[in-house]
Design a protein around this ligand. Structure first.
Ligand SMILES: [Zn+2]
Ligand SMILES: [Zn+2]
Length: 321
């Protein structure tokens, strides 16, 4: 895996470091930071090297020279270290990404990791990060670990990630709510795994519980607690389990609503693999209702039952041709 930086990102990072407050002796018990200004001689050398770049007439050569100076100081001042060290912990991310590109985030809400796959199957991770985070060596590591876990899940076949949440039948507001819930549930599973591994999560279990209570206020308290626990403790969460939990964004009061480990209303076997009934074609819904007249789509069905119905529909179609 190749690590690449956006010019803007490393330039801002080295300037943050060069203009950080002068050293005043760390207060007792302070965590190690990169926030102290480097020695004055180094800063002078950095500025001299930058000045020299202006002498280059050719714009491309000048651009390349600036990039190199910024990259050299980015490394010299150990701003790269948290990135290279934390990514070392993520074997799957390093193995499956061709490139990890880091760009400058414009603000807190712009930060995060995304995955891009091109036509040839090449995978690129794009991490948007505020450069000033690198001045805080401990907290930036916690932040990076959380974001790399998102990438890890997206790259892990066992997680079964799908980039778009396929939620037909929902209006725009419901889709937005469903996406927010998906983020919330995913973050709970990520922070739970990080906490179990002895790291500092982005948000504590208690903070997640508050958000979860707000998002799922239509569930009884005991169910909220149990679901949060199972998400927080789950060592290998799956996209489809999260999807099952967000499948009813209107919060219909129905105890038979699909939940991981709940019983399928058709075959009555407990399942963690719920099919999203909202995505079923009308013909498929008619087919299920013919066999189970009391069934309601929001009760869901397990993916094994759905496969059976799909197979019999395919057989009938083939026989009719
Ligand atoms: Zn997150
Ligand atoms: Zn079933």
């Amino acid at each position: 895996m190749q690590l690449r930086y956006d010019e803007d990102f490393i330039e801002t990072a080295v300037f943050c470091r060069a203009h950080s407050p002068p050293p005043s002796g760390p207060p007792a018990g302070a965590s190690p930071t990169n926030s102290c200004r480097p020695p004055a001689l180094q800063i002078a050398r950095f500025h001299r090297e930058r000045e020299k770049c202006y002498d280059l007439r050719d714009p491309d050569a000048r651009h390349a020279a600036f990039f190199q100076v910024h990259l050299d100081w980015f490394r010299e001042w150990r701003l790269e270290q948290p990135l290279t060290e934390v990514v070392e912990e993520f074997v799957l991310v390093r193995g499956r990404l061709t490139t990890l590109a880091v760009r400058k985030a414009t603000g807190r809400h712009d930060e995060g990791a995304e995955l891009y796959v091109n036509e040839t199957g090449e995978r690129t991770g794009l991490l948007a990060l505020r450069p000033e985070r690198l001045l805080h060596r401990v907290t930036v590591r916690d932040f990076l670990r959380h974001e790399f876990m998102h990438l890890h899940d997206m790259l892990d076949p066992a997680f079964g990630y799908a980039p778009a949440l396929d939620l037909p039948g929902l209006n725009a507001a419901q889709k937005r709510l469903a996406r927010e819930r998906y983020r919330l549930l995913w973050d709970i599973t990520i922070d739970g795994r990080l906490a179990a591994a002895g790291h500092t999560p982005a948000a504590t279990r208690e903070q997640h519980m508050l958000a979860f209570d707000r998002g799922y206020s239509f569930w009884p308290e005991a169910r909220r607690g149990e679901t949060l626990d199972s998400l927080w403790r789950c060592p290998a969460p799956r996209h489809t389990d999260l999807l099952a939990l967000i499948a009813d964004p209107r919060g219909l009061q129905d105890a038979a609503r699909p939940a991981p480990g709940g019983s399928c209303p058709l075959c009555e076997f407990p399942t963690f693999h719920w099919a999203v009934a909202a995505t079923l074609a009308p013909a498929m819904l008619r087919r299920i209702l013919a066999a189970f007249p009391a069934w309601q789509p929001e009760q869901g069905l397990c993916s094994r039952c759905l496969e059976t119905y799909e197979a019999s529909a395919a057989l009938e179609l083939a026989a009719a041709q």
